[in-house]
Design a protein around this ligand. Sequence first.
Ligand code: AMP
Length: 365
Amino acid sequence: MKVTRVGIVGAGQLGRMLALAGYPLGLRCIFLDKSADVPAAQVASILIGQLEDASTLKQLALQSDVITFDWENISAASLEPLAKITAIRPSAAALQVSQDRLLEKELLKRLKIPVVAHAQVDSKEDLTRAVSDIGLPGILKTRRLGYDGKGQRIIRNSSEIADAWRELGSQALIYEKFQVFSREVSLVAARSLSGQQVFYPLAANTHVDGILRYSVAPYINMALARVAKTYMKRVLSVLDYVGILTIEFFIVKGKLVANEMAPRVHNSGHWTIEGCVTSQFENHLRAICGLPLGSTRPLGFAAMVNFLGQMPDRKRLLAIEGLAFHDYGKSPKPWRKLGHCTILSKNEHRLKQALKDALKLIEWK
Ligand code: AMP
């Protein structure tokens, strides 16, 4: 069957960039989200409804040859009835693991992929025990629905346990060692319906307060790239995965330690729009629509900078050579991701200089 209609749950900037990548391929995306005031609704059609509402999801499924996700936290129970109507890619099982930090870490561990020391926390006693077993400092995180540093709290000494429990204790939690690392990198990969796999170069990511500020790619370290690829292949294969999958790693004493994975296109892969032969958005669509995957070859050195909280001066940024500007069409709000820019250069030194110039023009707040 020729797949041309892609239903997307969630209509944020990831969905918007998917829709834009879909047009040249002859694909039409239709979205589901809670309101029309969302980035993807400006570029494609949208159904309005709760993301887990059975009847709206059914409507979406009836209009789609395949369903995929901008927002991956939808429950397996909500997706189950849709599987009879249309294809769901990646699968509900893949989503389920990635929705829960504990299940995710258990899977990675089972696949012999190193993860940060951690413990399940369901009571204050569990937390006290975890702090004593794993040590301080550590981070208490909600197992589900955390992103951009939300639902997380650093515990620096035992006197902070009670406060942390009061703040987050109503949800299922995980306590992780605060990992000292030299760098954070991510690997974005795609697996097609027929099992073809492609891997983007590693990106080096700079986060502050849990939010990605900028990524630089390719991060060149052949040995680490090889190991990351081996780890990624294990996850793609065990989940029989279809689409783009991202794994974020810490580099600890020269070795990779997995932090988390995302069953979707990823912020640290936005640079691939201008920076690679085929973007992560196009490859996700190709994968879920049963098409051959495109080349992930980089076209130069790239840096992607997020716009957080306020849009920068477009005119001044566009004066930087090789810079592409992306405005998601959102209203400003503190720390909200409103857009990004990517700078591409054939020359690494020039890229670094251009990134410095761009950073001077971008204020995060
Ligand atoms: P996460 O939501 O788990 O991806 O966390 C967002 C960011 O917070 C990461 O990219 C790291 O910069 C930081 N972070 C998360 N977990 C840890 C940890 N266990 N140790 C040190 N930093 C962490």
